[in-house]
Write a protein that binds this ligand. Structure first.
Ligand code: B12
Ligand code: SF4
Ligand code: SF4
Length: 257
């Protein structure tokens, strides 16, 4: 079965696929998979190379590369899910690269329904690096994941042998928000403030100020580019304005094929 799935995935021109039995997926902060998909037995994890766009000093172009990837990953998720339904009679549910996800007090909007990093590690696609990203042996940190949950019984791929992260420290030193200083933990609030300035927190800050402002100041606020960026984010969706911990990593930097 794995070989048939691999061959289908090869035809989609995805960079790779790995398999994890649900019993090997351990993500302490994430909801139990049983609450998402009662009877789920395996996770099929797809890996995509982040485009060279992430190196652009123009962060709109950098984000556009990610948007291309996210759109492609949606269509790959759907195609593979339908293939599993048609060819194996499987029940399937897809996991997005980023959104939608639960936004509530408990998780502060920073916990996905399925942790794709823990799933990728369980599927033998990489290991956690010093930046808390999963470092893929060929693509390094420039690896983005999506997944399909299924009731098919598939054994886990073997874990990767050596961790591709060389602990060079470039990601930790390079983080402009100093969010990676504590080993094994990203300071989510520091990261979000820098990497998603026009996300939920940015919107709350703007509208709180707006609510208290006098009429003249309100007019000025609506003419300010800060508001224009929030407006854009409101209709194109969450945007990342930092790729540093991903693009400074020397592992797999030259990978093209
Ligand atoms: C919410 C979210 C965020 C939030 C919160 C991040 C966080 N701490 O979890 C914010 C907005 C801050 C964020 C930032 C980024 N994100 Co993000 N994010 C997600 C999302 C949607 C959910 C993550 C989640 O559930 N976290 C909660 C739980 C799982 O985290 P946790 O148990 O606390 O684990 C943390 C640590 O404990 C540590 N950790 C856990 N186990 C272990 C074990 C070892 C040995 C070590 C060393 C560390 C370690 O790693 C985690 C990092 O804080 C995922 C997609 C998904 N569905 O998985 C993408 C995802 C994790 N993000 C991704 C990326 C690339 C980024 C950014 C680079 C932004 C960008 N430009 O894309 C930064 C990187 C920040 C960083 N270096 O940690 C990729 C990672 C790809 C990869 N190769 O690993 C993912 C998987 C998206 C994808 N489809 O590929 N993200
Ligand atoms: S995305 Fe930027 S701010 Fe967030 S951890 Fe990575 S380098 Fe730091
Ligand atoms: S930049 Fe260096 S320390 Fe950071 S993940 Fe890559 S190899 Fe590891």
């Amino acid at each position: 079965m794995k070989e048939r799935i691999r061959s289908f995935v090869g035809g989609l021109e995805i960079d790779g696929v790995g398999f994890a039995a649900v019993s090997d997926y351990r993500s302490p902060l994430s909801p139990p998979l049983e609450s998402i998909f009662p009877g789920a037995r395996s996770i099929v994890v797809l890996v995509y190379k982040e485009l060279g766009s992430c190196d652009s000093p123009d962060l709109h172009i950098a984000m556009n590369g990610r948007m291309d990837l996210m759109e492609f990953s949606r269509s790959c998720n759907y195609k593979l899910a339908r293939h599993l339904e048609r060819s194996f009679g499987a029940r399937v549910m897809t996991v997005p690269a980023s959104y939608p996800m639960a936004q509530n007090e408990e998780t502060k909007g920073a916990v996905g329904q399925v942790s794709l990093r823990h799933a990728a590690v369980a599927a033998g696609l990489g290991a956690f690096g010093s930046n808390n990203l999963v470092v893929h042996p060929r693509l390094g940190c420039r690896a983005v994941f999506s997944a399909i949950l299924t009731d098919l019984e598939i054994s886990s791929d073997p874990p990767i042998g050596e961790n591709p992260c060389t602990a060079c420290g470039l990601c930790v030193q390079g983080c402009p928000a100093k969010a990676l200083d504590a080993p094994g933990r990203t300071d989510v609030m520091k990261c979000v403030k820098n990497s998603m300035p026009y996300g939920l927190n940015g919107a709350v800050r703007f509208w709180s100020r707006y609510g208290e402002a006098a009429s003249a100041e309100r007019k000025a606020m609506l003419r300010d580019p800060n508001f224009w960026r929030l407006y854009q984010a409101g209709h194109i969706g969450p945007q990342y304005f930092c790729f540093t911990c991903m693009n400074v990593c020397p592992v797999g930097r030259e990978a093209m094929a």
